[in-house]
Design a binder for this molecule. Structure first.
Ligand code: CFM
Length: 533
């Protein structure tokens, strides 16, 4: 049996039928393979996905520092999403609400009689106390079920307080994962926020937006540091340490960089249609990838001075990390890894592992779509199921006033020919191959199986399965929260990542422990009770 068959072997007929297309073995790099993705998980399985509300409130809107994002629902949803994602923010004007948890704290009576009164009160309190630039309302499951008209409350509040207030129907049960929530948040930002400052488009310069960078562990700050050092002006970051205020000016940028394709490709595409702003798929995770990314941005602008400055900055940054890079390369060369994160990192982190001579033998996404695995060329062939059709597809049109002068077609085609990912993402598969395995929407049973088969030196994942993996004797580092470390992006970040990997592999504490239940019974009992015999 090959690895795939071993994993599927124990499943019942129905589960086998569902899971078999989510597991793919890659023989040669570049061989086109199809994978089932973005579909419902099997009920009862221990998976790592989040919900639609998590994708909208937690991922895309939550990091906006000058905005109050109200969770409309029972307190559990707000509490769970409070400060757990490590999207750092630091505000120059003191308007940083990222550390707060705003919720309407719905009780049983509110579910029965409706929660709009409470929502109105929550908005009033938030505006009076915090004076935010904008208020966003995010619905949780019960709100959709009882039918509170959150849009009406938002419109009313805009009139009352004179600030932007946007409602998102991102009930947890919508779609099949947090991916649906990304899309809903993208639509709301596009419709109500991006470009709303209506400032004129300046002459073509070096103005960029960074899309899909959420500043986990300070990644965005590290990227901004490097980009500014070269000479770029950053208009807005979506949305790590980002602000409503900056997003309103985002239409003035000359180029959109896309770090996380999954969570924000909708905005990148819509801004292209509406404003003719090109988007470039970048990756700041990994040393070689950061270099490639910086060179491609410079190439896009075709500005000789910037090209030269880019090379100078690369040389400076490389010199700074040279010694550490050599040390960790020596220690990590030849080690193998499994990488299982949400929708982008499982691809991005394979590159930083490569920098240190490590090979990724197992990979997978929790909730990404087929294009994140196979490349955007498959988008026309993806059949939309009922769950996807449930999410609004926003149609935008070219904006007469703010449509940009584009890069000329010839230069665009030239860059595409050089494999620059302009309006394109190649996906994860093309960088893998050679007997590696990819599993979509892993469950804990499958995680155990791949660990048994491949025995990687380290498995990167998240809090939901970290300790299950460690108790099996494999080091596991978290790629969502970085185990409270970071940044991992850029040149210096790659070294922080390598150091944490080195520490985990060379201190395999869990492997050295013998759990008590291996040597003595920890629970004693009898079958049945003799008194009742
Ligand atoms: Fe994009 Fe993300 Fe990810 Fe994501 Fe996420 Fe995240 Fe992630 Mo956790 S936006 S898809 S929904 S890169 S929170 S910052 S680490 S699962 S791989």
């Amino acid at each position: 049996m090959d690895a795939r068959e071993v994993i599927l072997d124990k499943y019942s007929g129905r589960v086998f039928k569902n899971r078999k297309d989510h597991i793919v073995e890659l023989d040669e790099a570049g061989v086109p393979k199809e994978i089932a993705a973005n579909s419902r998980s099997v009920p009862g399985m221990m998976i790592n996905r989040g919900c639609c509300y998590a994708g909208c409130k937690g991922v895309v809107l939550g990091p906006l520092r000058d905005t109050v994002v109200i969770t409309h629902g029972p307190i559990g949803c707000g509490y769970y999403t409070w400060g757990t994602r490590r999207n750092k923010a630091d505000s120059p004007d003191g308007r940083n609400f990222v550390q707060y948890c705003f919720s309407t704290d719905m009780q049983e009576t509110d579910i029965v009689f409706g929660g709009m009164k409470k929502l109105r009160q929550a908005i009033r309190e938030a505006v009076e106390i915090f004076h935010p630039k904008a208020v966003m309302i995010c619905s949780t499951c019960p709100i959709g079920l009882i039918g509170d008209d959150i849009n009406a409350v938002a419109t009313e509040s805009e009139k009352l307080y004179g600030i932007t207030c946007v409602a998102y129907s991102c009930e947890g049960y919508k779609g099949v994962s947090q991916s649906a929530g990304h899309h809903i948040a993208n639509n709301g930002l596009m419709r109500r926020v991006i470009g709303s400052a209506k400032d004129k488009i300046p002459e073509r310069g070096l103005r960029i937006n960074i899309l899909g960078e959420y500043n986990i562990g300070g990644d965005g700050w590290e990227e901004e540091r490097i980009l500014k050092k070269i000479g770029y002006e950053i208009v807005a970051v979506f949305t790590g340490d980002g602000s409503y205020e900056a997003l309103t000016h985002a239409h003035t940028a000359d180029l959109n960089l896309v770090q996380c394709h999954r969570s924000i490709n909708y905005i990148a595409e819509m801004m292209k249609t509406k404003y003719n702003i090109d988007w470039l798929k970048v990756n700041f995770v990994g040393i070689d990838e950061t270099i490639r990314t910086l060179r491609e941005i410079a190439d896009y602008f075709g500005n000789e001075e910037i090209k030269q400055r880019t090379e100078e900055v690369i040389a400076e940054e490389l010199a700074d990390i040279a010694e550490d890079r050599k040390f960790y390369r020596q220690k990590l060369e030849g080690k193998t890894a499994g990488v299982f994160v949400g929708g982008s990192r499982s691809h991005h982190y394979q590159n930083v592992l490569k920098d240190f001579g490590m090979k990724t033998v197992i990979a997978g996404y929790e909730f990404a779509h087929r294009d994140d695995y196979e490349g955007r060329e498959v988008i026309p062939n993806i059949k939309l199921d009922a769950d996807s059709k449930n999410i609004e597809q926003l149609t935008v049109h070219p904006d007469e006033q703010f449509y940009h002068v584009a890069l000329d077609k010839e230069r665009f085609d030239e860059l595409r020919k050089e494999n620059v990912e302009l309006e394109y993402y190649k996906g994860m598969f093309k960088d893998m191959g050679d007997g590696t395995i990819v599993v979509d929407d892993f469950n804990h049973y499958e995680t155990e199986k791949v660990l048994d088969i491949f025995k990687p030196d380290i498995f990167y994942s998240g809090i939901k399965d970290k300790y299950m993996i460690e108790k099996k004797g494999f080091p596991s580092n978290q790629l969502h929260s970085y185990d409270y470390s970071g940044p991992y992006a850029g040149f210096k970040g790659a070294i922080v990542f390598a150091r944490n990997t080195y520490l985990s592999i060379y201190a395999p504490a869990w492997k050295m422990l013998t759990p008590p239940w291996r040597t003595q019974p920890t629970l004693e009992g009898t079958m049945g009770d003799e008194n009742y015999a």
